[in-house]
Design a protein around this ligand. Structure first.
Ligand code: ACM
Length: 457
């Protein structure tokens, strides 16, 4: 086909809506905003076929389309196992192909701090290194291999720009006040130094650990400084993720300084210290002109600002509570959207890492998951890829593909409009060639991987 390509901005009823017309005369794309161009381009690319003469061709068509949800995301965790710049870009390309538009980037945790912060160089000098790791298949074994990894600010800017070129916005996450072992190992002043047995180190195992930030001036300033640099690095992120999940209270209970802080402010329970941190983050981010998102535990804060986005991971009940309290909600319930969990009991597959809480999250389960929440407060749906048991790209891709296809459907269409399993299964099969051409590993229908694991275990 030879014809004209026209792109027009026009008033459509939804910010991400696009319309597409392919005729013998050419292609006409209409979008409400530039953001929608990426989805229109993906639709066009996916429609390319071969004509009778064996030439690449586009069928005549007319498409009017808009997504159900504005946040269609994947969460990557380079803390437990590093993910290279190139690896991250590969995931971004796969996401863009399926019209996912948000990468939630989990950049710090007990096992490593992965983001260069100019004002606090020890975060990466110390916090990005650990001596070894628990084996991904058998936690009782340590592998004896040191890990040292972080993204420089130049690399972050490069990834952010690359994502933007694909229509993807990155939402960075800084864990506050828990999951803080690496940060506290780098800056002990950040921790509860007077709590018994205080000896922070970058953690080599998996789980939840006691090191949390101390309610002191150093920590409050640290948060302000770090979030300021984060906002500079991620200029398009509408909200910044402040973590807030799984915060043990043990150190606050045993630290005389934390107890004195509570007494001074008339606090009765240690949970109120977490509330204080959450409100501090909200205040800092408001000053920086950004919104705030956090894991659903941040709802323990009374008077959590209404404009806070709640990321509901512990289940749909938490999503419903958040919506009933007037918060916008991003769904990523562990029962259906934790893509680190197995896609079925297939111990013969070389990526199998044992049973876990939810071991049958296959793409059919994702497609059929009930994501309905009364009201219209749900703004997003995402899948999380925690990487304790994901040591390399081969496994990362195996865990993502083809579940990402079902995620994309579930985020684009409300449940009652989604295609059935048979229809999506057929379409997924037709994508195998696209995966193969790009060396993307994926789970085949019999549960085995298309590509074998990397030589490194
Ligand atoms: C989480 O899985 N701890 C958010």
């Amino acid at each position: 086909m030879q014809g004209e390509l026209t792109v027009e901005l026009s008033s459509l009823p939804h910010p991400e809506a696009y319309s597409l017309e392919v005729t013998p005369r050419g292609i006409c794309i209409r979008v409400a905003q530039a953001e929608a161009l990426s989805a229109a381009a993906q639709t066009l690319a996916q429609a390319v076929c071969t004509d009778a003469a064996g030439q690449a061709a586009l069928p005549a068509m007319r498409v009017e389309d808009a997504p159900w949800l504005g946040h269609r995301g994947i969460m990557l965790d380079p803390c437990r196992h590093p993910i290279s710049v190139e690896g991250t870009k590969k995931i971004l390309r796969i996401m863009a192909h399926y019209k996912l538009n948000r990468l939630h980037w989990h950049l710090c945790d007990d096992q490593g701090w992965r983001l260069e912060i100019r004002k606090y160089p020890r975060l990466t000098e110390t916090g990005s290194k650990r001596t070894e790791s628990s084996d991904w298949q058998d936690q009782r074994i340590k592998d004896g291999r040191p890990v040292e990894f972080f993204y420089s600010q130049d690399e972050v800017r490069d990834i952010v720009a690359y994502a933007h070129s694909l229509g993807i916005t990155i939402i960075p996450e800084i864990e506050i006040p828990g999951h803080a072992s690496a940060a506290v190992a780098a800056y002990p002043e950040l921790g509860n130094q007077d709590s018994p047995g205080f000896a922070p180190e970058v953690v080599t195992g998996w789980g939840v650990f006691t090191h949390v930030m101390a309610p002191n001036e150093f920590a409050f300033r640290f948060i302000e400084d770090v979030l300021t640099e984060v906002c500079e690095l991620f200029p398009r992120a509408p909200y910044i993720h402040i973590g807030g999940d799984e915060v043990p209270r043990d150190q606050w209970q045993k630290s005389p300084a934390a107890q004195a802080f509570m007494q001074q402010l008339g606090m009765k329970r240690e949970s109120e210290i977490q509330n204080y941190f959450t409100h501090h983050c909200a205040q800092v981010l408001r000053k920086l002109g950004r919104g705030m998102v956090g894991w659903d535990e941040i709802m323990c804060a009374p008077q959590l600002p209404q404009d806070t986005v709640v990321m509901a991971w512990r289940g749909m009940d938490h999503a419903r509570i958040a919506a009933a309290r007037g918060h916008r909600v991003i769904l990523c319930p562990i029962q259906g959207f934790y893509f680190n969990f197995p896609q079925g009991r297939t111990p013969q597959n070389p990526f199998y890492s044992g049973l876990s809480d939810f071991d049958n999250i296959n793409w059919q389960h994702v497609l059929n998951f009930d994501t309905s929440v009364p009201g219209n407060k749900v703004i997003g749906l995402q899948a999380n890829l925690w990487s304790e048991c994901i040591p390399d790209m081969r496994k990362l891709e195996f865990m993502l593909v083809p579940r990402i296809c079902a995620l994309a459907e579930a985020a684009w269409l409300p449940r009652e409009q989604r295609p059935g399993e048979a229809h999506l299964g057929e379409r997924i099969r037709r994508h195998y060639a696209w995966f193969d051409a790009r060396q993307i590993n994926f789970r085949q229908e019999d549960g085995t991987p298309r590509l074998f694991p990397d030589a490194r275990k």
